[in-house]
Design a protein around this ligand. Structure first.
Ligand code: SF4
Ligand code: SF4
Length: 315
């Protein structure tokens, strides 16, 4: 694979690994987490996004679509994604950039150059480049090339992964990752499948594989991340189970267990993608719930538990 598909690049991030970082988001994910914060990351191809706030209602997009995949009603422009041929004539012809194609193809060297534009900050703030997604392991060949080049340039690297990928791919990428940001969402396989669409067997096996490598080579860091999602991961039982797993399998080599609280900032993205979102009406977790879950986590891994993200007020 010569080129990789990337849907976003964020600069100056402080929550995607050590220090101040640039995060590159790879497009495509085999999981379908019900709470996904990046709905535009799931599809492994370029796709349309429509921004109501920018649309001037000129209907140019509808006129240029050869297969009539676009229609307009009182809620704005709608795309029939099954009919769409992904030619992006509508995006190219939109005068206000309300209609856009999400996802750009990058050649490795160009992406390295782009990701390293803030290199001075990496040095000043002990940061580097993080690859997130989507699931970066889905583009494993490009990922290995990208991270390998960054390491050659002396850039600190982090990989934010669901862990759902081939062990062979993890083996190849391992030498080029300084910090693994690895999600454990659930230990219970059936509940994992219910909320993400896939089994967690491979995920937990791959995590043990990485842990063994870190134990032997002592060269990479491991941060575990658990999203705290109301009605899904944010239960006492789930945090107990993950805590037991970390204490039993990982505590000696895990630098941090981060509990990332739910937020709804992605709500607007679902509207732009023309999709409904199960969590659209959910509020932030209140602080006493988060404190309680953190105290359960601390029973198993007191020194390394960190809570990140927003919490709401208690009633
Ligand atoms: S071309 Fe752009 S501005 Fe015009 S109707 Fe379509 S999305 Fe809106
Ligand atoms: S991408 Fe092409 S086929 Fe799809 S809606 Fe736009 S103009 Fe039509």
């Amino acid at each position: 694979m010569k080129e990789g598909l990337v849907f976003d690049i964020h600069r100056g991030t402080t929550h995607d690994g050590p220090g101040m970082r640039t995060t590159v988001f790879f497009k495509g994910c085999p999981l379908h987490c019900t709470w996904c914060q990046n709905p535009e990351s799931i599809c492994a191809q370029r796709e349309l996004m429509w921004n109501a706030g920018k649309c001037i209602g000129c209907m140019q997009c509808i006129k240029v679509c050869a297969v009539k995949a676009l229609t307009a009603d009182e809620n704005g422009i709608k795309a029939d994604r099954a009919a769409c041929r992904k030619c992006f004539a509508c995006a190219a012809g939109c005068p206000s950039k309300a209609m856009q194609a999400v996802g750009n193809s990058w050649e490795v060297s160009a992406l390295v150059k782009e990701a390293c534009k803030d290199r001075m900050f990496f040095i000043d703030f002990s940061g580097g480049v993080t690859v997130s997604g989507g699931e970066p392991l889905l583009q494993s060949e490009f990922l290995v090339n990208f991270l390998g080049k960054l390491k050659k340039e002396g850039v600190n690297t982090a990989l934010d992964t669901s862990g759902y990928g081939r062990q062979e791919a993890i083996d190849k990428v391992y030498p080029f990752v300084d910090t693994f940001l690895y999600d454990i969402k659930f230990i219970n396989e059936e509940i994992h499948r219910k909320h993400t669409g896939v089994s967690n067997k491979i995920i937990l096996e791959n995590l043990k594989f990485i842990a063994d490598k870190i134990r032997r080579q002592k060269d990479s860091k491991l941060w575990i991340r658990t999203p705290l999602i109301p009605g899904a991961t944010a239960t006492e039982e789930n945090i107990e189970e993950i805590g037991q797993f970390i204490r039993g399998e990982l505590l000696d080599i895990t630098e941090r267990w981060e509990l990332c609280t739910f937020n709804y900032v992605c709500k607007d993205k679902y509207v732009k993608m023309g999709q409904s979102w199960e969590y659209a009406e959910y509020t932030l977790l209140d602080s006493s719930t988060v404190k309680n879950l953190a105290s359960i986590a601390e029973k198993y891994a007191e020194e390394i538990v960190v809570v990140s993200g927003l919490t709401g007020q208690n009633e």
